[in-house]
Design a protein around this ligand. Structure first.
Ligand code: SAM
Length: 366
């Protein structure tokens, strides 16, 4: 039987016919999740807690002390069809996103943590972002036949400001899952003053500032994005240590010998190799001698993780020139730009950090 990584990244997972059907069902499961988040079902379940059957709900049996609600009450709160809502809840139960006791449903601990609005650990923006991408993905065949993106029409239909906000908050949700890990992978003393290139929601900046209390940061991003960044950095209590610099890092000057570290997190996958080489040359110039660049991104190799390989197709569907690169190719850009001691540090399944150092200027002797 063939073995491979499987969708969840487990090494040598047996791959059989059932696995193929599981991939197909994954498409349905994602839609169940998108729908529950779009409807606000997890919020309603959280809001109707505690007490499945409050006094006076005479049509229901009483389960004292049990949190949660019935499908009928959830449907009434959402304005949805009761029987269909019950069937959606049953599907969510099968996926481990809600728990059931008798007629009552409540959020599972996982959903409670990540799918109820207002929590620091909320991932609902990311779920909505994936849902927004679905239309472009539904025409993947066309993208593969033509080599051109299919996701632009859906994006153009959505209002610009709302779409940008969804996108940046979604990036923030995803970053929050690994920001501490990224900060912990950096060398102590790395970053008295660092530049977060395309820092978006600023989640990585905030994690670095927390880990390195003497550090200060500059986030460079497009002006409209920075309005959202400002809110998020302020909410994290870090506004005093962050300079927000509007600009386009594909063309604008990044300065000369200004920073100890430049973080390029999830930005090289937006652009083609020619542009990324130019960006890395300007990053080299912007670093002080002894400083380092950190590219954080998905990586493709001979045995690509599904996370990286699927994200590469997401770039095919959603961008004109974006793609996921291999460690060797990105390392080549760094070497060409003048970086030395180039190393790769895996971070999560399919993603990692490529670090390069700008050498100290050797002291002249004699
Ligand atoms: C995929 S998000 C990554 C956000 C963040 N670095 C992270 O890893 O979560 C890309 C970010 O780069 C910004 N960006 C893309 N192209 C840019 C450009 N040419 N100049 C400045 N910012 C850019 C976007 O506005 C967005 O905030």
């Amino acid at each position: 039987m063939a073995a491979g990584k499987g969708l969840t990244g487990g090494e040598n997972k047996p791959l059989n016919g059932g696995y193929i059907l599981d991939i197909c069902r994954g498409h349905w499961a994602a839609r169940v999740l998108f729908t529950a988040v779009e409807l606000g079902l997890f919020d309603v379940l959280a809001g109707l807690n505690p007490g499945c059957f409050p006094p006076g709900a005479g049509d229901m049996p009483v389960h004292p002390g049990l949190d949660g609600t019935t499908p009928a009450r959830a449907a009434a709160a959402l304005g949805t069809a009761p029987d269909a809502t019950a069937r959606l809840l049953a599907a969510l139960h099968s996926l481990g996103l809600v728990e059931r006791e008798g007629e009552c449903y409540r959020n599972s601990p996982l959903a409670h943590r990540h799918l109820v609005r207002g929590k620091d650990t909320y991932l609902g923006h990311a779920v909505r972002h994936f849902a927004n991408l679905a239309e472009g993905w539904s025409r993947l065949g066309e993208a593969v036949r033509t080599g051109r993106p299919t996701g632009f029409e859906a994006v153009e239909r959505a209002g610009y400001a709302e779409r940008l906000r969804d996108y940046i908050l979604a990036m923030g949700d995803q970053a929050s899952l690994k920001a501490e890990k990224l900060a912990a992978a950096l060398d102590p003393g790395c970053c008295a003053h660092f530049l977060d290139l395309g820092g978006g929601p600023g989640v990585y900046t905030v994690a670095l500032l927390k880990r390195f209390p003497a550090a200060r940061a500059t986030i460079m991003d497009l002006a409209d994005t920075l309005k959202i960044t400002a809110e998020l950095v302020e909410a994290a209590g870090m506004a005093g240590r962050v300079e927000l610099r509007p600009g386009d890092f594909t063309g604008d000057d990044l300065g000369e010998e200004v920073y100890d570290l430049v973080l390029a997190s999830n930005v090289v996958h937006i652009y083609d190799a020619v542009l990324n080489r130019r960006i890395m040359a300007r990053v080299w110039r912007a670093l002080r001698p002894g400083g380092q660049v950190v590219i954080h991104d998905y990586v493709l190799g001979d045995e690509p993780a599904p996370e990286a390989a699927l994200f590469d197709l997401n770039m095919l569907v959603g961008t004109l020139t974006g793609r996921v690169y291999g460690v060797r190719e990105m390392g080549g850009w760094l070497e060409e730009a003048g970086f030395r001691e180039i190393s790769y540090r895996p971070l999560t399944e399919g993603s990692g950090l490529l670090v390069g150092k700008k050498e100290m200027v050797p002291l002249r002797t004699g």
